[in-house]
Design a protein. Structure first.
Length: 170
């Protein structure tokens, strides 16, 4: 019985002391849209110590199951971001990702972004704000898609949104 208790405590300590690294944000994510049940599927990747995200598929949730959907620009807020980087320049500071920028396709706005992961690393909390201090804004929740349900795009199929390029030049 003592051995079981010691083993349980040891395993708990190992998981409690897991450190987050800059690559833990990488992966395939469900990105909720403003229309109930609609989601974009995107990939976050790290390049030159900065994290970026692009969308590559569109889905909806029906009866708690993800099903593909056709993009209908009349009802979709995504406005076909397929292959376009809409979240850029997130820098890892040892605990969270900061100094990013995010594009909103609904109003063509560019906002400040920072992010952090849940303990299990399967939920991303993305703080989007109009000010660089993160005071005025909202926090979005993205959920990791586990398994190999979706195939991300190749590097040559990904481009950055023009509005983000312009924001970098300012």
């Amino acid at each position: 019985m003592k051995l079981l208790l010691i083993l349980t405590i040891a395993i708990s300590c190992i998981y409690a002391n897991q450190k987050i690294n800059e690559y833990d944000i990488n992966g395939i994510w469900k990105i909720p849209e403003e229309i109930e049940g609609n989601i974009s599927i995107g990939e976050i990747f790290t390049k030159n110590n900065k994290a970026y995200a692009y969308a590559f598929a569109y889905a909806k949730i029906e009866n708690n199951v993800i099903v593909d959907r056709e993009l209908d620009n009349e009802i979709s807020n995504a406005k076909n971001l397929k292959g376009k980087i809409f979240l850029s320049d997130l820098e890892f500071n040892g605990k969270r990702w900061v100094n990013g920028r995010i594009y909103n396709p609904n109003n063509n706005g560019i906002y400040y972004a920072e992010a952090y992961l849940s303990e299990d690393k399967n939920t991303l909390f993305l703080k989007v704000s109009v000010d660089s201090f993160g005071i005025i804004g909202i926090t979005l929740k993205w959920h990791r898609i586990l398994g190999e349900i979706y195939e991300p795009l190749e590097c040559n199929e990904i481009t950055i949104i023009e509005e983000l390029k312009e924001a970098e030049d300012e």
